[in-house]
Design a protein around this ligand. Structure first.
Ligand code: NDP
Length: 239
């Protein structure tokens, strides 16, 4: 049975990815930060499908906590798929942005990717196969006012994945980025929908399945040649 490790799978896009991969036949290792209730609910939904789901809570920004949760486990049984989805926003204009707002976003979104992938990579390389998908953002491609910290973290993920793809392609690992635009989740619940839609050529927000279906495809046998790419899912927000 194939296993997918979904980092930040308790809510929103990560939850949708976990459910979709479970539907495609993966057993799921699902991580969360503080919302154990939400993670438990996803676990139940996955078990109803007849797949197994193990949940683990830790802060991706804490390297030692990541190692404690994942190192021995992945060494003994490397996952076939890693999805790095955890992310936060702390929006502010640069002139008002605090050091704490900058650090929190970089530590979670970008260093969290390092902490998790560093821990899981060697066991995955040993197997000489596997897929890694990293969730970036349109903000990382074109920049977003009020999100200098977030845009930097998400652009950093794109650079990191492109470099990693060059390192591990010959070892049988395929690595890609998915960059969503505005997707309906808790993170975007307070956005001014009417104003924002005017900027989106398809004139609507995306839904979680738009992202989950793409991640599922990237992790499937249906594709074997997409590598080191950034797949935008944004209704035309960035063209
Ligand atoms: P949500 O806020 O709904 O979910 C965030 C997920 O990340 C949760 O599972 C949360 O766990 C986890 N998480 C947050 N901080 C940490 C941490 N420090 N350590 C471990 N896990 C953490 O976000 P979305 O579903 O909207 O977004 C998911 C990803 O997609 C993010 O990376 C986001 O930047 C990106 N994205 C989202 C877009 C959107 O429009 N929604 C657009 C572009 C990109 P817990 O439940 O325990 O808090």
């Amino acid at each position: 049975m194939k296993t997918a490790l979904v980092i930040g799978g308790s809510r929103g896009i990560g939850r949708g990815i976990a459910l979709k991969l479970a539907r495609s036949g993966f057993d799921i290792w699902l991580t969360y930060h503080s919302r154990s209730d939400a993670a438990e609910a996803v676990k139940k939904e996955i078990e109803v499908m007849g797949r197994s789901c193990e949940i683990m809570g830790f802060d991706v920004a804490d390297f030692e906590a990541v190692k404690t949760a994942l190192e021995a486990k992945c060494d003994a049984n490397p996952p076939d798929v890693l999805v790095y989805n955890s992310g936060i926003i702390r929006d502010n204009l640069m002139v008002w942005m605090t050091k704490e707002e900058w650090d929190a976003v970089i530590d979670t979104n970008l260093s969290g990717f390092f902490n998790v992938t560093k821990t899981v990579l060697f066991p995955m390389l040993r197997e000489k196969r596997g897929r890694i998908v990293v969730i970036s953002s349109t903000a990382g491609q074109i920049g977003q006012a009020g999100q200098v910290n977030y845009s930097a973290s998400k652009a950093g993920l794109i650079g990191a994945v492109k470099a990693l793809a060059r390192e591990v392609g010959k070892k049988g690992l395929m690595v890609n980025v998915v960059a969503p635009g505005v997707i309906e989740t808790d993170m975007t619940a307070d956005l001014p929908e009417k104003e924002l839609k005017k900027l989106i050529p398809l004139n609507k927000f995306g839904v979680v399945d738009d992202v989950a279906n793409t991640v599922d495809f990237l992790c499937s046998d249906a594709q074997s040649y997409i590598h080191g790419q950034v797949i935008g899912i944004n209704g035309g927000l960035a063209i």
